[in-house]
Design a protein around this ligand. Sequence first.
Ligand code: KG4
Ligand code: ZN
Length: 357
Amino acid sequence: MKILGIETSCDETAAAVVLRDNDGRGEILSNIVLSQIEEHAAFGGVVPEIAARAHLLALDNVVQAALDDSITALDDIDAIAVTAGPGLIGGVMVGLMTAKALSATTGKPLIAINHLEGHALTPRLTDQVEFPYLLLLVSGGHTQLLEVRGLGDYKRLATTIDDALGEAFDKTAKLLSLPYPGGPSVEKAAQAGDETRFQFPRPLKGQDRLDFSFSGLKTAVRQEATKLQPLSDKDIADICASFQKAVCDVLQDRIERIMRAENNGPAAIKSLVVAGGVAANQQIRTVLQSCAKEGGWDFFAPPLALCTDNAAMIAWAGAEHFSRGHTDGLDVAARPRWPLDETSPAQVGFGKRGTKV
Ligand code: KG4
Ligand code: ZN
């Protein structure tokens, strides 16, 4: 089957065509991502209204480019998969309405996809990872550890009680006047830095609960940066390296504790997967890989271009659902908040992008 995917939940206007064969293997036939970085750079972050308008202007052409690149006519598409949430609601509505219009005019089935599920299932597209697996989902809006037991069957083990990890990277970059988007800027600056110069906190490390908290780490960065004014390039590099080291220590602590529990239990899960924009960070990938190796687990991380937002992951999630007969009606609603595990309660804390789930 060939699935057209559409993604507009944040600041990338994206469309892709993905093929799924009868053995369940996927192939990306096209993957167009139009970044809005330039539109938002002056504001140091994503402005929702600007994002929605930019999606509206660009999406038709991006969809056409994805069809052209895959040498597929709209008629030869089997179904249309689209992000229906969670995300910035104006952008989500632009993508969803476009997909509904395409579905209504062509008669092709519509599949409403949870953006987080797109990230969560990406390793099944790239590496044919089998269920179940442990997923560390780290993006601009989410930081979660999930047991991925099967399609649509997710158990949340941990979430952040305040900022998402991507948000912590973005805010750290902003404090240090590094360019937007913050994650890649902090990673680049950290390469030349001394990670032992500052002892930033490792929030909730070693405590019973598995949840994350990053706002204290961000405050510690701000206090250090304020003390050192004016900041030299070396100060900035050292702060970034020490920040990234603290983040890696926290992630390692949680993963090791879960792996220890799993290894002492029924041992169903033996694969660790990282996904979401922050999974593009090389130091984080390296730390997770060595955790997995220590515990005798397999480790999977999507290629960098499939870590950050894209529509190939939405098309693939659509293919997984469509192959099981799942489709949605044209009345399906856009959802600003849409947890993967609807049974776990939202956490009390709020980050910039709303309640953490
Ligand atoms: O998944 P994503 O593209 O969008 C959301 O769904 O949020 O993730 C974007 C986040 C941003 O916060 C960005 O700063 C972060 O991922 N990010 C990184 C890196 N590349 C992107 N964080 C750390 N290191 C990176 N190399
Ligand atoms: Zn994302």
